[in-house]
Design a protein around this ligand. Structure first.
Ligand code: HEC
Ligand code: HEC
Length: 252
């Protein structure tokens, strides 16, 4: 072999060995991460669950919340506004729908309406689940409908996998949210200090609410300019969300 080819072969071997070591190291550390976690039965089950089957199966049939039904089913059209469906969180698209009233919207969701299929194409949904999903979507678009309650304590488990389902179920935004607002958020949001959108000021909140409540919660959780992460609140994410919802509901 010419000296040039020998060098090429040696370089090739080195690259191969380095790549192999890197791969082994990756395998070893990912294994370690799994071992290091406390693997509860639930965690194992969650890992084994097929992708895309996460939200709907977290609750027994008939016991899914509006959010769970939306994220499992309705989102496939309403998430993007597919086929002319009113898009989630789009207040302008939802306003004329909301004006029809909760009962009419429920009727159309249960029985179909033009390109809107019966029960969103999932006949296995209970009527109450559809009603909850309608309320969840319409509320994100500016309505204030009340979801039919989910019965049974087991059904209260939040999709985020909160460790204390009972506590989360007890999270009435109007009660918990007000408490947190009065103790933390009021400092800026009652006066508009530092450019904070003022509590109850519809004009200040309208442009912020356009992307939908989930996005607003996400932004506020991370913090935005003079808005500290979670507004400086140190409690759980669910509680912080209740505070956001309390403020938002009073401001739209
Ligand atoms: C295959 C797409 C698709 C899926 C999935 C879907 N929708 Fe729709 N939905 C539509 C379309 C399209 C419209 C608009 C129909 C129209 O106004 O002509 C609509 C409209 C609606 C309306 C407004 C009806 C009215 O009277 O203005 C509600 C409420 C609704 N959908 C609820 C739901 C719920 C709840 C789910 C999930 C369980 C769901 N949709 C799943 C396509 C879908
Ligand atoms: C130190 C002052 C301060 C405190 C305390 C505070 N905020 Fe804010 N907040 C702001 C400011 C300023 C903005 C506007 C930031 C911007 O748009 O640049 C804001 C914006 C927001 C927004 C809108 C985010 C968006 O998407 O536009 C939400 C929601 C919010 N705050 C929730 C809360 C909640 C809930 C609390 C209490 C737990 C809280 N804030 C406490 C200053 C504060």
């Amino acid at each position: 072999m010419a000296p040039g080819s020998v060098i090429k072969v040696i370089v090739g071997i080195i690259v191969f060995v380095v790549a192999a070591i890197w791969l082994l190291a990756k395998l070893a550390t990912s294994g370690y991460e799994i071992d290091a976690q406390v693997m509860t039965k639930e965690a194992v089950a969650a890992r084994l669950k097929p992708v895309g089957d996460s939200v709907a199966s977290d609750a027994p049939p008939g016991q899914r919340t509006g959010e769970q039904v939306f994220k499992a089913i309705c989102i496939s059209c309403h998430g993007t506004g597919l086929a002319g469906s009113p898009k989630f969180g789009d207040a302008a698209a939802w306003a004329p729908r909301i004006a029809k009233g909760y009962d009419t919207l429920i009727d159309h969701a249960l029985h179909g309406f033009n390109a809107m299929p019966v029960k969103g194409g999932s006949p296995d949904l209970s009527d109450d689940e559809v009603k909850r999903a309608v309320a969840y979507m319409a509320n994100a678009g500016g309505a204030k409908f009340t979801e039919p309650p989910v019965g049974g304590a087991a059904a209260a488990a939040s999709p985020a996998g909160a460790s204390a389902p009972a506590a989360v179920a007890a999270l009435d935004p109007q009660v918990v949210g007000k408490k947190i607002f009065d103790s933390v958020c009021t400092a800026c949001h009652s006066t508009g200090a530092a450019g904070a959108p003022k509590f109850g000021d519809k004009a200040a909140w309208a442009p912020r609410l356009k992307p939908g409540i989930d996005e607003v919660v996400k932004i506020a959780t991370k913090g935005l300019n003079a808005m500290p992460p979670k507004g400086g609140y140190t409690g759980s994410d669910a509680e912080f969300r209740a505070a956001v919802e309390y403020m938002v509901n009073a401001s739209k």
